[in-house]
Design a protein around this ligand. Structure first.
Ligand code: FAD
Length: 257
């Protein structure tokens, strides 16, 4: 049994390696390759790093790195070069302190061949995780901003996501499905779930679909029998299920099960 088969058997599970690999990819390949970052783009970068500082499941050194990075970006002036961000990350990585706890490798997002899955899968998981983490961190806080993570995602996808079709579709969906109308941290979790299912529906049987990972409406009945009854989603059950799957205490490390 190979790693992929083992991972499939584990069900809807989030691996630290996938979250970290998505984060590395976004900084080192997408943000780093953006020549000049200013205005709306700079704000999008600040918003992205801000939600990572608050909600990404890093250990002590990882958190410290993100806090430092945010400070550097905030003090860089009106225009920042993507290559500067790349330099700061590589510099931090070369020091002895361990920022990342896993090798740069896809585990739950590994495709059956190199053309499939990987980064787009990692990016979805990262933002689902962040919406759930924001709800966990702010439970009982009436001041919390329910738009914080979705806005950061929207800004990231609009300004940095290398798949331009994906970016355009996502922006259209944010407008059409009223992303700004989200009223609570729980409905932010649901909005992203709904948006992702829309994309799954559109891409079902598409050439980009990994035959080993068909695009289905999430979650399937076997994983959460109470989430959909008589073809109707039970939104309260969906929230509970997503909070369980994308919870910090359920994030797995390679080798753990
Ligand atoms: P993914 O769809 O990437 O899902 C990753 C994992 O998330 C799944 O394995 C599952 O565990 C979980 N999951 C699935 N659905 C949900 C849900 N509803 N709620 C919570 N968790 C869920 N590709 C295109 O070809 N055209 C596009 O327009 C396009 N738009 C995109 C927009 C965005 C914002 C992103 C991040 C990606 C987009 N992609 C698009 C890529 C595409 O959605 C997939 O990410 C890619 O095809 C890899 O698919 P996958 O099988 O790894 O599963």
């Amino acid at each position: 049994e190979n790693l992929r088969q083992k991972v499939i058997k584990m069900g809807d599970v989030v691996f630290q390696a996938d979250l970290e690999t998505a984060l590395r990819y976004s900084f080192k390949l997408e943000i780093a390759s953006t020549k000049s970052i200013s205005g709306e783009r700079l704000q999008a970068l600040i918003n992205y790093v801000s939600v990572l500082v608050k909600y990404f499941p890093f250990g002590f050194y990882g958190k410290e790195f993100l806090v430092d990075l945010k400070e550097k970006i905030l003090h860089a002036g009106d225009v920042l070069q993507g290559s500067e961000v790349n330099f700061w990350i590589r510099e931090a990585e070369s020091e002895d302190r361990k920022i990342f706890s896993s090798p740069a490798q896809w585990i739950g997002c590994q495709g059956s061949s190199k053309n499939y899955r990987g980064y787009p899968c990692g990016l979805w998981k990262l933002f689902h995780y962040l919406t759930v983490s924001a709800a966990e961190h702010n439970s009982g806080n009436p001041e919390a901003d329910p738009h914080e993570v979705l806005n950061a995602m929207h800004g990231y996808v609009k300004n940095f996501f290398g798949c331009s079709d994906c970016s355009r579709h996502f922006q259209e969906m944010a407008a059409k499905k009223d992303m700004n109308g989200v009223v609570s941290l729980d409905t932010a979790i649901l909005w992203l779930w709904m948006a992702h299912n829309e994309v799954n529906k559109r891409l079902s049987k598409d050439a980009t679909e990994d035959p080993e990972f068909p695009k289905v409406q999430f979650p399937i009945h076997e994983r959460c029998p109470t989430c959909r009854v008589n073809n109707t989603w039970n939104l309260q059950e969906i929230i509970s299920y997503l909070k369980q799957v994308y919870s910090s205490i359920n994030v797995r490390y390679i080798g753990s099960d």
